[in-house]
Design a protein around this ligand. Structure first.
Ligand code: ATP
Ligand code: MG
Length: 658
């Protein structure tokens, strides 16, 4: 059946329809996870383009991660809205800057894009006499990213960081010095970073009337998904694109703001109806994604949130039939946790769940390794998303250098995948020379993934973003591909294969899977030890909410007592007792996490609260049970135990060292 604008409306609920059919002008959809915000906004675009009200080539839809943008394009295609550009802020800005660069730079080539700040920040720190290891340089790079995304210049940094109560990696004056030195190094090296690129897009429009006219003639209708994570620099770009017009639809959930450490703020979402007078505001509450059990857990987590977003919070109402109970598992150590997750993935795949419908989500990328190993051992295919690891691999970095060098030597008509394959011969790759196994095989596979990526990239029709030739498709070039790689290295997005997704919670937003494993739920990991202020802990809670709400059907929560076998005991995440779906209340005065428990000569006893097997001292005096936070009262202990009994079924009771 042909897709018509009327058919787009079928299958939407009344509130979604109201959003889809709202008249031209500002529209704001405020709603929780899984309520169909992305569906509503893609349907709005399809409805307007199919009815002939607007032309697809005048629409710009933006979001924050490459995978979310790909998901939007996919949904738009299914809805019959071909030719709409759905991109990340970065990708949209990059195309604009590339297009206008020859004009604005008097024919000079666009400066090369840094794919990571860390190396240059290390040099900048050394210049101002600060010695840094990789972790310290990463923290400084993060701080510079925050400043630049918040439109803060080096000279303003100290005041603004203080006002924003930043937990700065060094004395703010030192950070400002590194920031200034970094900017100088960048200029003298003729390179730019990603914030510079966004700034160049803004500057191009704000300072050049002809550029502004051309861009605004091209882009007339705007959509921003995940608007709760917009930062001031991106907002300024959006306003530059709009140029005082107001045909903009924003969609967001303040409870899913998870990028405030890099300058994102839900205040633009919250204030949208005030800034855009006459805006149509739509709220959605029906959750179409997850089983009522998963929805219940999500509500329990977020009902205890504090802070600004609480004003906008709406309880989700599950629409799907009941599903399996979520599972809470506790393990002695991380390898045991990873092995159990891998075994469960294996069982799901064997029972017919496609591997691509399963995700293992964690707080930090460093957690990925144990799962990679366990999945490999269990022979479950996987793809690491949200990991710098792919782009940190030595061969991938060498390949990126070789690809850049190749742009200097290949004008011609060579198709992109061929050009990439040819360039990779410089780093010893050949298409049909796959080594049998081991590190050589991994290396070959990583390089092959780049060729595969080039094939996918070349297959997506690239429409020139701007200008009279806007609807003309042109083949993508090696230079485009190199920029795409640099962008992905920053956005931490790796090529997809059919496998279990291993992803950080940050990179999982907007996405959904049949089965989700939320692993490593211990104090110090989620919430991370770096979360010290109430606001930072609240952001960790929102991350947990984002994680839980990715699951359609199966949800498994787990944590391990020690990182490695026999290692130091860690406490369960303070959020776990709050997951009680009957709505447990948070207790004040949670004990400081990570206190080293006293070691005793051990004997086996059971925890009188939760029944876990414990190894206790010779006097049978029970130490702290890592399963049960001991600073909560009996009643909450009881509820925790009930909850675990309900969800855990016949779980293996692990032994602990206390
Ligand atoms: P998130 O906050 O995580 O980005 P979202 O609000 O954007 O979530 P969607 O991804 O649009 O939610 O929708 C969640 C799931 O529910 C999708 O699988 C979508 O197809 C489905 N869905 C949305 N609306 C409806 C509806 N009216 N009827 C049936 N299914 C729906
Ligand atoms: Mg969405």
């Amino acid at each position: 059946l042909a897709v018509t604008s009327e058919r787009v409306l079928a299958g939407l609920d009344p509130e979604q329809r109201a959003a889809v059919t709202a008249p031209a002008g500002p529209v704001c959809i405020l709603a929780g996870a899984g309520t169909g915000k992305t569906r509503a906004v893609t349907s709005r675009i399809a409805h307007r383009t199919l009815s002939g009200e607007i032309s697809p080539r005048h629409v710009l839809a933006v979001t924050f991660t490459a995978r979310a943008a790909a998901e939007m394009r996919h949904r738009l295609t299914l809805l019959g809205a071909q030719g709409v550009q759905a991109r990340t802020f970065h990708a949209a800005a990059l195309r604009q800057v590339r297009y206008f660069a020859p004009r604005l730079l008097d024919g000079r080539a666009m400066p090369e894009l840094l794919d990571s700040k860390v190396r240059l920040v290390t040099l900048a720190a050394a210049k101002v006499g600060l010695r840094t290891d990789r972790a310290a340089a990463r923290d400084l790079a993060g701080e510079i990213e925050w400043a630049k995304s918040s439109l803060v210049e080096p000279a303003e940094y100290v005041i603004e960081a203080t006002k924003a109560l930043r937990d700065t990696p060094h004395d703010p004056t030192r950070v400002a010095e590194v920031f200034a030195a970094y900017e100088r190094l960048k200029r003298s090296g003729g390179v730019i970073d990603f914030e510079d690129m966004l700034r160049a897009a803004v500057w191009g429009i704000e300072e050049h009337r002809d550029v502004a006219e051309q861009v605004r003639a091209q882009y007339r209708h705007f959509v921003v998904d995940e608007y709760q994570d917009v930062n001031p620099l991106q907002q300024r770009l959006l306003e530059a694109w709009l140029g005082g017009r107001d045909d903009v639809t924003v969609v967001g959930d303040a409870s899913q703001t998870i990028y405030s450490f890099t300058g994102a703020t839900s205040s633009y979402l919250v204030d949208f109806p005030r800034r855009y007078r006459g805006a149509t505001v739509v709220r959605l509450v029906r959750d179409y994604r997850s089983t009522p059990q998963v929805v219940g857990l999500a509500n329990a987590v977020i009902s205890q949130a504090r802070g600004a977003e609480a004003r906008l919070r709406l309880e989700l109402v599950g629409q799907r039939p009941a599903g399996p109970e979520p599972d809470l598992r506790i393990f002695t150590d991380e390898p045991a946790e990873a092995a159990a997750v891998a075994a469960r993935c294996r069982a799901l795949v064997d029972a017919g769940t496609p591997a691509r419908e399963i995700a293992v989500l964690f707080r930090t990328n460093a957690q990925s390794e144990a799962y990679e190993k366990a999945l490999t051992e269990a022979r479950v295919p996987y793809v690491v998303q949200g990991a710098e690891r792919f782009f940190e691999r030595a061969e991938v970095r060498q390949a990126m250098v070789a690809l850049r060098a190749a742009t200097r030597s290949i004008p011609g008509e060579t198709p992109l995948p061929t050009a990439v394959a040819e360039a990779l011969t410089a780093v010893g790759w050949a298409p049909d020379a796959a080594p049998a196994g081991g590190a050589a095989r991994e290396r070959w596979e990583a390089l092959s993934a780049l060729v595969q990526l080039a094939e996918e990239y070349a297959a997506t029709p690239e429409v020139l973003p701007i200008g009279p030739a806007a609807s003309v498709e042109r083949p993508v070039t090696l230079a485009d591909f190199n920029d795409e790689l640099a962008r992905r290295a920053t956005a931490q997005h790796v090529p997809t294969v059919d496998g279990v997704t291993l992803a950080s919670l940050h990179s999982a937003k907007g996405l959904e899977w049949d089965a989700v494993f939320l692993v490593g739920l211990s104090e110090g990991t989620l919430p991370t030890t770096y979360a010290k202020t109430v606001e930072q802990v609240e952001e960790e809670r929102r991350l947990l909410y984002v994680g839980i709400t990715r699951a359609r059907e199966w949800l498994w929560l787990s944590y391990s007592v020690a990182r490695s076998p026999g290692g130091r005991a860690r406490r369960p995440s303070r959020f776990l007792p709050q997951l009680d779906r009957s709505g447990g209340t948070e207790r004040a005065g949670a004990a400081a996490p990570g206190r080293r428990p006293e070691r005793r000569r051990t004997q086996i006893v059971s925890c009188r609260i939760c029944g876990a097997t414990l190894l206790a001292g010779p006097d049978r005096k029970l130490g702290r049970c890592p399963t049960c936070p001991s600073d909560i009262d009996e009643e909450l202990h009881e509820r925790l135990r009930d909850w675990r009994a309900r969800v855990a079924g016949a779980q293996r009771v692990p032994a602990y060292v206390v």
